[in-house]
Write a protein of this length. Structure first.
Length: 358
């Protein structure tokens, strides 16, 4: 939401419309996160490398925003700047009402963070870790225990509260990391790959908890994830980043609408060339291809094209084995915007980003 004509929250904004407008006087109070020209340079083997290239965006109170991009896109560096673990080399920003550059301690007091590879004491028991974290944020002992018990129940830790941290599995430890980041009820939570290592049931439980954070407490959530279904289900808005810049933003449905049409796949017993000819004559059909006995193509709306396709195939005596209609996915969005999928990336930039952001 960085263009100067101030589009509504969730509007789909092409990267070309972004304008680095500098600080917007007074507007920081309207948002939980505001950054303008945020940048970070590293020196690698004597050369300057710009990991984040002057990005602009806002996050409104109560929004759940996904920050997504391929490996090496600048996600980790950006997240570490927003959580004060890494000082920006350019730009300005306010987080939870505090200036990133002049009041990093204020930012830390007001946010919750769940980073990858959380720091816990291996000999401590689960309940002790949660209570200690709550006490560090100023909660009374009774309130710390109440919050700990609530989070333990919601995150499937209740039966583990007396277990030493060192005995937990990877998924159990990840759930503990999440509890530690939420125990003080922050108004803004940063979740870095929150469900990595969790089983499907634990992922679903965490999704429910994120929804409750927003619906019951008005918590703002800023998350990164490699699970596109997670972003689709949880996020009000998604920022797509690549090579240190934000290349697009919008609602999940709005971003998917930018991909040209639905994909239809049909398998036939024979006459595959004739089937491809039928597909190519459908209104708006594009990208027709043949692979063995399978024909793939795109149409603006699969529900409109499918009846005509079936009638024409039947009329020409072509026997169809199967048909699939797939709506565009967020991975299709990434492919169209960046030329690679979310899990692809250049290992070298990713290694640099992780090493220098640490």
């Amino acid at each position: 939401m960085a263009s100067t004509d101030e589009p509504r929250a969730g509007a789909d904004i092409p990267a070309g419309r972004r304008e680095s407008a500098g600080r917007l006087p007074g507007r920081e109070k309207d948002f939980m996160i505001t950054v303008r020209g945020l940048a970070r340079r590293f020196t690698v083997r004597g050369q300057s490398v710009e990991a984040v290239k002057g990005i602009d965006f806002d996050v409104a109170p109560g929004e759940v925003v996904g920050f997504l991009g391929p490996n090496g896109a600048g996600k980790t560096t950006t997240l570490r700047m927003l959580t004060t673990l890494l000082r920006p080399t350019g730009g300005t920003g306010t987080v939870a009402g505090c200036d990133l550059l002049t009041d990093p301690q204020g930012v830390r007091r007001r946010i919750g963070c769940v980073h990858q590879g959380g720091a816990t004491w291996p000999e401590s028991r689960v309940a002790e870790e949660i209570e200690l974290q709550a006490r560090l944020y100023g909660l009374s002992r009774s309130e710390a225990r109440r919050r700990g018990a609530l989070l333990a129940e919601r995150l499937d830790l209740a039966d583990l509260d007396q277990r030493p941290v060192k005995t937990l599995s990877g998924g159990q430890r990840r759930r503990l990391d999440i509890a530690l980041g939420l125990v003080h009820e922050p108004t803004l939570v940063f979740l870095d790959e929150p469900t990595t290592g969790l089983d499907p049931q634990s992922r679903a439980n965490l999704w429910d908890h994120v929804r409750r954070l927003r619906s019951e407490q008005g918590t703002t959530v800023f998350l990164t994830t490699h699970y596109l279904d997670e972003a689709d289900v949880l996020c009000d808005r998604i920022l797509v980043t690549d090579h240190g810049t934000i290349v697009a933003e919008g609602t999940p449905d709005g971003l998917k609408a930018r991909v040209a049409g639905d994909a239809i796949t049909i398998e036939v017993t024979d006459q595959v060339a004739d089937a491809a000819d039928v597909a190519g004559r459908l209104t708006g059909a594009t990208e027709v291809s043949i692979d063995g006995d399978t024909v793939r193509f795109r149409v603006p709306r699969g529900d409109v094209a499918l009846p005509e396709l079936l009638r024409t195939l039947d009329g020409r005596g072509i026997t169809m084995v199967s048909v699939k209609v797939n709506r565009p996915t967020l991975d299709d969005v990434f492919l169209s915007l960046t030329g690679r999928s979310l899990r692809d990336g250049d290992p070298a930039p990713q290694a640099r980003e992780a090493a220098h952001a640490a």
